[in-house]
Design a protein. Sequence first.
Length: 486
Amino acid sequence: MGSTSASASENNESAGVGRRDLIRRSAALGLISVPTMSFLSACASSGGGGDDKAKAGEKTERNPLGVNDTAPMEFVLFDGGFGKEYAEDAVKVYEKDFPGVEVKFSATQKIQSTLQPRFNQGTPPDLIDNSGAEQMDMGVLVGKNQLADLTPLLDAPSYDDPDKKVRDTLRPGIVEMGQFDGDPVWILYYAYTVYGVWYSQKALDSLDATYPETWDEMLAVCEKAKKKGIAGWTYAGKYPYYLPFSLYPMIGKVGGRDVLDAIDNLEPKAWEHPAVKACFEAYYELYRKGYVLRGTPGLDHIQSQTAWAKGKALFLPNGSWVENESANVIPADFDLAVSAPTGLDSSDKMPFGTIWASGGEPFIVPAKAKNAAGGMEQLRIMLSEASSKNFTAKVKSLTAYDGGTDGITLTPGLRSGVAALEKAGENVVNPRLQDWYVQLQKEKIGVSGLGEMMAGRLTPAEAVKKIQGFADETAKDGSIKHYKHQ
């Protein structure tokens, strides 16, 4: 559940297709990996410690969280694709604001094995970037009261403008992603992923075509490409849970946000909504008309991205990490772009431009942190315009801060992603299945449902029925923690 980034070398293949680290990427964005059972059991009981918390400092305009200006602060960062320089720079700001304070900063790829014993002992750090292949399970941490509620941070004045709360400086969906049940916010996702349909503007121009806004236009563009020997689409056939990156926001566009919420909530017959059926039928038409690159069901994410980058297919459903992940195969003149999903027609409930975008790189403050206020203050600094710009300039990714790109030379994909977000405005959706029910999303809906349909082994009606059955099974499984949109 949730989102994170991982270094290019990480891959959870040992856990099986449905639990593999969604993307191997460097300096990019993506999805949270699934925890190992050792942590699930070990974290079930937390030890003592944590009683020697730092005394609260005086709350002032410059110190709204009441940080103790003599208390040490410890920050552990996941040392992955984003590197550690951006965090080290933010630590320097903390040290400048609280001169004389000792800040212990460290970076590791072994988040779980390094920090699990400390959680059990009740002596965790004050701020953690809980990311990577060894990520600790968020559901367990929340369920066992291991995390501090970040509402004080969100309601504090922003670092740049005392008249604006931190929560009012964040991109759409960031606060909601950190919630599980009710109002408390347990996680602050620092990075920001744009999902959608990725393509080469140069390739579209060569076909004298523009990005299609309706499905009839999509089919026409694919037919034009087919006549030139180019497939309309490809995708990660071995991991077809990439398809929802464009399919889910299309469902939301066609039927409205309530359809996606009902799906997330595991409501009976949610997958039988007319919008779901219509979108399944639209995607199936790509297969039926021969617009999907031959052999796609057997391709993994790297192979499909490579074929797309080499011009064998026009469109690819993916996330904004694809620019960095495929940098070695994308031609210099590719003119990478991303668009919100094509809709059906003018009867869609939401406008063209409706897109899926959500947070990644989850930061947490442990409930038993000695200096929780210090950990939150470090996050407040990182959510300033200067820190956000520094992150974006150095790792070519957006942050949760709604802005921070002025004056930065953006790469083509990042520039296109920013434009897509601007076009979307308030029409940003954030399906939560991939956060709340990993196995359901990946192995069942993705591989057994959508993957089989797009390979021609299930009709849309059969896929809907099968997926609804999977959702019903999950809803009835008492061993699974269930969540609902509030």
